[in-house]
Design a binder for this molecule. Structure first.
Ligand code: HEC
Length: 491
């Protein structure tokens, strides 16, 4: 796997890990919120239950109290209340001789609470810190709450507590002394508004807890399924995306390979062109050398060789060999294997390009005018750029020769703006047909026939400029010719 692919994969992985945590977080949050709500709802319901229970007791008491107590037939279970002995008319007799006894609210309520305890799911207890009836003694919890009522001016309190490993709601509300209470409680020193005592309601949480646990179980199941769906959904999309990235990567690598092959092809083609240029430039000096050598042979044949002539011929031959080696020097840079990037002025690259190609331009009577207005060096592979320059200049030359342009010339401008260095190469070879112009950068496109070009020159130039040098290359028709423009970023 290439680095390119691993990088993409890493990005994908990181993205999915993030998404995974976000989704997990959201689901967990929703889950906790649901559970929290469920528990809060449970507590609210029990409390509601306790309050209702209290109100029921209160209503019952109020009704009793407002009647100043109620007379009933005394039975074994309901004997006359000894704590009412100070009340006048506690016991009455009907006209036909049956006895009646007065029941006070607390008496009746206690009986009700004891007889029907559990029917309402709640256990009530009426009590006070200042008891008339010692049977109604407050539990430690009730004592604590009643004391708190007296101290803190509160009349209601509840608490969830565990007793014998079972959870209960303990609820208590104060009973305030009213006018109607004074009939029987005034002798204890109460005044209207005093807290006379309270009713506590105890509700076992078992049923509520069972209900809630059941609901929570369902919530857990639903959320597990939700989480699983989310997880598998994520997993599935991850797999799919990964597969498609792999597919893309294959294509990408294939393209890369193709491009490499083309690069080699175009290098080879450029090399071939260079060699033919060298051959061209060598032709003249070689024939001159041959001529002087012939002269030597002729002189020897005729026995006319003298020291002076010999020296002259040799000097001339040496002079020509210097031409040969100069030519090689000119081209050496181009044949040099790729070297590291260098910080270089584009002007210098262009000058080197012109050295290589200038002979062939001179031979065809093409003038070159240069105008350099650039002082910023950039870090590039200069040989690659040189290949591009040579390619464009050579194309211009070929067009000028083919169309037999009089006063043929090539104008070269290199200048810079804020961010870029721009090289323009213009000719006056009458321009390119617009239909052809569209395709000049396509691979294997050539107008020159198989013999003269591979059709890779401009395609490779574009590849080099855009992919290797991060720049742009374009061509447009101008007056009388074509302008190629290469824009390279300064950084
Ligand atoms: C008809 C007389 C009568 C009236 C009216 C009456 N009570 Fe009582 N109350 C009693 C008697 C007697 C007891 C104690 C005996 C018992 O538990 O039955 C008692 C007990 C209580 C208790 C239980 C604690 C203890 O001292 O034993 C509270 C609390 C209480 N009364 C509050 C009130 C309030 C508040 C009112 C007014 C809304 C009221 N009572 C009206 C006669 C009365």
């Amino acid at each position: 796997m290439t680095e390119h692919f691993l990088l993409k994969l890493q990005k994908l992985n990181r993205f999915y890990i993030k998404i995974f945590f976000i989704i997990s977080g959201v689901i967990l949050l929703l889950f906790s919120w649901n559970i929290y709500n469920e528990i809060a709802h449970k507590k609210k319901s029990v409390l509601e239950h306790a309050k209702n229970s209290f109100i029921k007791d209160l209503m019952f008491r109020k009704w009793f109290s407002n009647h100043g107590g109620v007379y009933v037939f005394p039975t074994q279970k309901t004997p006359p209340n000894p704590y009412l002995s100070h009340v006048k008319n506690r016991d009455l007799f009907t006209t036909d001789g049956h006895s009646l006894t007065l029941m006070n609210p607390a008496y009746a309520l206690r009986q009700l609470m004891n007889d029907y305890e559990g029917m309402y799911g709640a256990k009530g207890h009426i009590t006070s810190l200042n008891l008339l009836n010692p049977k109604s003694k407050a539990t430690p919890w009730e004592t604590k709450v009643l004391k708190m009522f007296e101290k803190e001016n509160r009349i209601e309190f509840h608490e969830f507590l565990e007793t014998d490993n079972k959870e209960y709601l303990y609820y208590m509300k104060a009973l305030i002394t009213k006018q109607s209470c004074l009939k029987c409680h005034a002798h204890q020193g109460y005044e209207v508004g005093d807290i006379r005592g309270g009713i506590s309601i105890t509700i076992p949480m078992q049923k509520y807890n069972d209900d809630t646990n059941h609901t929570i179980k369902n919530i857990i199941i639903v959320f597990s399924i939700l989480y699983m769906i989310a997880f598998f959904g994520l997993f599935y999309t991850y797999k799919t995306i990964k597969a498609s990235i792999k597919e893309q990567e294959k294509l990408y690598e294939e393209n890369l390979r193709k491009e490499e092959i083309m690069l080699v092809q175009s290098r080879n083609a450029a090399m071939g062109e260079m060699i033919s240029m060298i051959a061209h430039q060598w032709r003249q000096p070689i024939s001159i050398i041959a001529m002087w050598a012939n002269n030597i042979i002729a002189d020897v044949d005729m026995d006319e060789l003298n020291e002076r002539d010999c020296k002259k011929y040799s000097t001339n031959i040496i002079e020509q060999t210097k031409h040969l080696s100069d030519t090689i020097d000119d081209f050496r840079n181009f044949f040099r294997p790729d070297k590291a990037k260098e910080n270089i002025l584009l002007k210098d690259v262009m000058e080197e390009c012109l050295t290589v190609i200038t002979k062939s331009l001179e031979n065809n009577n093409i003038k070159v005018k240069t105008d350099y207005k650039n002082s910023t060096k950039i870090l590039i592979h200069s040989r690659e750029l040189m290949q591009v320059y040579i390619n464009i200049v050579k194309n211009a030359k070929e067009a000028l020769v083919e169309r037999k342009i009089k006063d043929a010339h090539i104008l070269i401008n290199i200048y810079e703006d804020e961010n870029n260095i721009i090289s323009e190469i213009k000719d006056n070879a009458l321009g390119i047909d617009t239909e052809i112009m569209k395709k000049i950068f396509d691979p294997y496109f050539t107008t020159k026939g198989v013999k003269n070009g591979t059709g890779l020159g401009l395609y490779m130039s574009k590849t080099i400029v855009e992919k290797h040098l991060n720049g742009m290359i374009s061509a447009k028709n101008i007056e009388n010719g074509v302008c190629f423009k290469i824009t390279l970023p300064k950084e």
